[in-house]
Design a protein around this ligand. Structure first.
Ligand SMILES: Nc1ncnc2c1ncn2[C@@H]1O[C@H](COP(=O)(O)OP(=O)(O)OP(=O)(O)O)[C@@H](O)[C@H]1O
Ligand SMILES: [Zn+2]
Length: 741
């Protein structure tokens, strides 16, 4: 008998008999089962001999969807764990793990190959040339080839129709067969020359020590989670590469996770070209893969032909038969958290996978997450540090500019403080490059009427609209609503109407005004909409065709440009004043990461951080590069309030169009939760989410703080199953929530 989970029914587990024609059936196989007079797709989760249902009444599995197992036992186990831990329907987890074409049992792309049947007598060829000239030409071509060629390609190149090939086959002079073809999943030569030409550098003393220690751990075998805590530009990638090479030498497979493939072209290119040159087969798993490419990549890995997978969080589900090393770069990045069901954390699932496969997991960052540092202090994770940049390069010098003073002094009241302005002028004169960072796109961000106090808000969301000067429209960054920008107040018609607050477009304009000769380029979600824009800008920046790069968090991390000697953080307060208990941590990480782009070449770098709150701890600790100081202070604050990492946070959001109804349901739920959950769970709320309304839906949240996250999650899930949710109300849970808007 087999226990199956129907894909459409989430949490239902049912037992069926396996007809002899379908034996042997492996767990992880996709099957079709009869269910309430319908045929449903399901996944076999377990083979079993016991069943509390009378065996003779059991129904048979009706057929196979996949030719064998598509979910190896370890992924099946992981899926079950994820569905429970992240309170997600099993179906959504299976969908996240297995690409649709594989799930739907679609075959691989196949191609017809053609070759000549040898030997061919000279006379035959001559006779053919006379009787059917085209067929003769084709045969001659095929005889020149050493192996079978794709038929369509050959015919196209020779400008022939399919009948010519058919004729040859009929005469018994050529034969065709079909072959599965792998779609190339990653083709771009981004700086490949620059990367390969240099070859592997000799490790610095610190890198060598870190590598030796980590390699010992890896060699020892068994699960171990380690943190590589290395300052920006300390050469963490080189340490990963050595560990990967060792693992590959032993014939094992490697998983290398990055937060976002598109934002890490340099790292991906470096890893890929280095490993490919040693003969490894590297699959790059990114969000732009077509369904077919994704399915091919899946099979390449499953069948052991690919030995390295580089990818964003969903690559954590690659079906490795022989995974022996897991690497998570920039492990602190919020992008590892999936913000839709199943709301899993890529880093944490990666650790689970390593644990299950009894192999090493290495997390790397210059600014590790507090959760990770907490685990290091609790000695659950090991740690190695890189405290210096390679080649004795200096860490950049960081200036904190008090914008209140700069403004009070009447100079540079605009976007740039006098200090930043002078340094920008200086860099342009010296031919060095500058990066300016502001995590807000658009031109201006708030429109306020000085006469009547009217603020222009999105009619569908509780946020202000942002002015985009490129097309003179105002837009909502949450729901996409847009409208032509008014020149007078829409409420009182006063012409004094003013836009305030700045976005990257304004910064770009201000640089252009200050440095008319400079070549300025802006990189943000608006400009990057054009395909390949991001990569080509980075290439031009590397080649020195751009003097000043202005951008959002897209340019905050990972970039390695030796000629950048100045980084300006236009407004450090943006991240500091978010309604999020991680605001200080994010600000600290941001300042350190952005600063880390400066001075990576032979010349020392500088950083100018502009803020209205220069004494805020994350700013001061970042200025002094005092990681431990920041950690001590932030951890003690978190401990005081029992926030993560001291307890887990489960966030629940109820949303819908009817505000009153949402609140009513939330209150009712809260009452029940008080009764159902034990005293060891602290409930907060119901309360409005920081952004109360998005796309016409009101949102109310409840927070649950718990030390026993799995059992609390289970109790909440059971409650949710019984709870009668009225029409028009949606409910979601987010375990270990990261995004809190
Ligand atoms: N041993 C070495 N000798 C010379 N150059 C090196 C060495 N190791 C790394 N590098 C170079 O130093 C630069 C920084 O390395 P890398 O990008 O790995 O740093 P990182 O620690 O990942 O920094 P970040 O956290 O800022 O991304 C790269 O250009 C890399 O090629
Ligand atoms: Zn909106």
């Amino acid at each position: 008998m087999a226990e199956v989970v129907p894909l459409s029914r989430g949490d239902l587990r049912l037992t069926y008999r396996i007809p002899s024609a379908l034996q042997p059936l492996l767990p992880g196989t996709l099957v079709i089962v009869p269910l309430q007079r319908r045929r449903e797709k399901a996944v076999v989760v377990k083979l079993t001999d016991v069943c509390d249902f009378p065996q003779n009444k059991l129904l048979n599995i009706s057929g196979l969807l996949s030719e064998g197992s598509v979910l190896p036992p370890d992924l099946l186990k992981l899926a079950t764990w994820m569905a429970g831990y992240y309170m997600a329907p099993f179906r959504t987890v299976v969908e996240a793990m297995v690409p649709a074409p594989v799930r739907e049992g679609k075959g691989q792309m196949r191609e017809t190959m053609i070759e000549a049947i040898r030997p061919v007598e000279k006379e035959t060829l001559e006779a053919l040339n006379k009787a059917a000239r085209r067929q003769g030409e084709l045969l001659q071509f095929l005889l020149q080839q050493t192996k079978a060629q794709p038929r369509s390609l050959v015919l196209k190149r020779m400008n022939m129709s399919a009948s010519v090939a058919e004729g040859l086959v009929e005469k018994g002079l050529a034969k065709c067969h079909s072959e599965s073809r792998v779609r190339e999943s990653y083709q771009d030569g981004l700086d490949a020359e620059a990367v390969t030409a240099s070859g592997p550098p000799a490790l610095t003393e610190e890198q060598e020590a870190a590598f030796t220690r980590l390699e010992e751990v890896r060699k020892e075998g068994g699960f171990a989670c380690w943190l590589l805590h290395g300052v920006t530009g300390s050469g963490k990638t080189e340490v990963y590469l050595r560990l990967m090479e060792k693992t590959l030498e032993e014939g094992g497979q490697v998983l290398f996770l990055v937060p976002e493939i598109a934002l890490a072209p340099q790292t991906v290119a470096r890893v890929r070209s280095r490993l490919v040159s040693t003969g490894a087969n590297v699959v790059v798993w990114h969000s732009n893969l077509s369904a077919g490419q994704r399915a091919d990549a899946f099979r390449e890995v499953a069948e052991g032909r690919a030995n390295v997978v580089v990818g964003a969080r969903s690559a954590v589900f690659a079906p490795f038969p022989d995974l022996r090393l897991v690497l998570v770069d920039e492990e602190h990045e919020p992008a590892y958290k999936q913000e839709e069901t199943p709301r899993y954390h890529g880093r944490d699932v990666a650790i689970m996978r390593a644990f299950d496969r009894k192999v090493m997991c290495l997390l790397g960052s210059a600014t590790p997450a507090l959760e990770t540092l907490y685990n290091v202090r609790a000695e659950k994770f090991g740690v190695v540090k890189l405290t210096k940049r390679v080649d004795d390069r200096q860490m950049p010098l960081l200036h904190v500019v008090d914008l209140r003073r700069a403004r009070a002094a009447g100079k540079g009241g605009g976007l740039f403080s006098p200090l930043l302005r002078d340094k920008m002028i200086d860099r342009l004169e010296k031919g060095e490059q500058t990066i300016l960072f502001l995590n807000r796109r658009g031109y201006s961000t708030t429109a306020l009427c000085p006469s009547c106090g009217h603020v222009v808000e999105c009619p569908h969301c509780s946020v202000g609209l942002t002015l985009h000067r490129t097309d003179n429209r105002m837009r909502c960054h949450l729901c996409g609503y847009e409208k032509e920008a008014p020149t007078y107040c829409p409420s009182c018609r006063s012409p004094d109407f003013k836009w305030k607050g700045s976005g990257t477009q304004k910064v770009e304009a201000a640089v252009q005004a200050l440095l008319p000769k400079a070549r300025v380029v802006r990189l943000d979600a608006d400009s990057a909409r054009k395909r390949n824009h991001f990569r080509s800008v980075l290439q031009n920046f590397r080649k020195g065709k751009i003097d000043v790069l202005v951008g959002t968090q897209m340019i905050a991390k990972g970039l390695d440009f030796p000629n950048v000697t100045l980084v300006g953080l236009i407004d450090a307060d943006l991240s500091l004043h978010q309604e999020d208990f991680r605001a200080a941590e994010r600000t600290f990480q941001l300042i350190v990461q952005v600063s880390g782009r400066s001075g990576r070449g032979d010349r020392a770098g500088e950083v100018v951080v502009q803020t209205l709150t220069p004494h805020a701890p994350p700013i001061q600790f970042a200025r002094r590069q005092d990681f431990d100081g920041f950690l001590d202070e932030e951890l003690s604050l978190r401990e005081e309030f029992r926030y993560p990492p001291y307890r887990h946070l489960i966030r629940q959001v109820l949303q819908g169009r009817n505000e009153e109804k949402i609140w009513f349901v939330a209150e009712k739920w809260a009452e029940e939760a008080e009764k159902t959950l034990g005293a060891d769970v602290e409930i907060r709320g119901p309360a409005p989410t920081p952004i109360e309304k998005v796309a016409d839906e009101y949102r109310v949240q409840l927070w649950y703080f718990t030390s026993a996250v799995s059992s609390t999650g289970q109790r909440l899930a059971r409650m949710a199953q019984k709870f009668e949710l009225p029409d028009g109300v949606k409910m979601m849970f987010d375990v270990d929530a990261v995004g809190l808007r």
